[in-house]
Write a protein of this length. Sequence first.
Length: 401
Amino acid sequence: MLERKQVILGVSGGIAAYKAVQLLRLLTKAGADVHVIMTRSAQEFVTPLTFQTLSANPVHTELFNLISEQQIGHISLADRADLFIIAPATANIIGKVAGGIADDMLTTTVMATKAKVLIAPAMNVNMYTNPIYRDNEERLRRLGYLFVPPETGELACGWIGEGKLAAPESIFEAAMAALTSKTLNGQTIMVTAGPTREEIDPVRFVSNHSSGKMGYALAGAARRRGSRVILVSGPVGLTAPPGVELVRVESAAEMREAVMARVGECSVVIKAAAVADYRSVERSETKIKKQNDELTLRLVKNPDILAELGRLEQRPFLVGFAAETDSLEAGAAKKLAEKNLDMIVANDVSQPDAGFNVDTNRARILFRDGRSAECPLMSKNELADRILDHITTEFSPRRER
Ligand code: C5P
């Protein structure tokens, strides 16, 4: 997702410096080329060798280095960066950047860069709430510097409060958002995700294997592209991506109600949820007792939410999913037409590396006019980006009409 991106990771001297190692791993795994700059005090906590080994690039520690100064090290680094992250950022580094002080490799390179700068502060709670610090942060925010706020928790100094470095995953998410162009700015996109649960009695339900991973990946990716995102989710074990409005539901009926109540606000609806097609005719108020050798459950069809959206007079751009185990394309094309959709993402759930409960997927995207696009095996995050690329191009001509 960060393929060919040049990221500078500035590490300053706090106990949280070790977490910058995890952040570096996330960045390199996503394909970024990361160049690490460490302040002198950062090197007291983690050795440059750790960052050098994991980034596969030399670590910069000195402003005046005989080798890199051939190309004026801090300028060439600053120029080539797509994004500059400072994590952890101490009160000292933030104060220096805000005050225009450039007296080491890190502060000099920040001063010289035109790239976006993302700052993840980490410090004692009293430092964090000190008006001098607050002023510095305010000033930098006004100038367009981005911040990943620290978390509240137990701090290394023994205090409990705000100042704990944000989780590496949150900093990574903010980095991806900073590097994503806001192609869906001004849009409201609703994504449905996960399974639904159809209760039989107070302790049992009918459901399916959907993990919600595809829908959550789509919600995160849409949010990074600048859209407002409403995520209507069945019961899953995932955390909603930052900045997404989460609406939790259990049954198909609840999902229908949540979707219909909000569809008027949305320009795009992506239905990645695996809605249960049937529910129990009646729900027993008490736990059904184990009695006979056989138990017959009578099921009745659930409302088809997507089909109902397709019949709306003011229809948003509609994207459906088709999870099939056989005759994939024919089935998906039929659903696209019958449910009056703009796009459908067909995935073969009979394969172990695609569909339910795994991190990867392979799919074919079909469009209204008969065109289709192949998406070979890739992560669900990558597929989410591909799907949104298609939505962006298919959807814009409609917007102009
Ligand atoms: O017809 P089928 O259930 O296979 O269609 C799948 C698509 O329809 C998915 O996008 C799913 O979210 C949506 N759907 C729905 N309501 C249902 C069943 C499926 O919105 N009751």
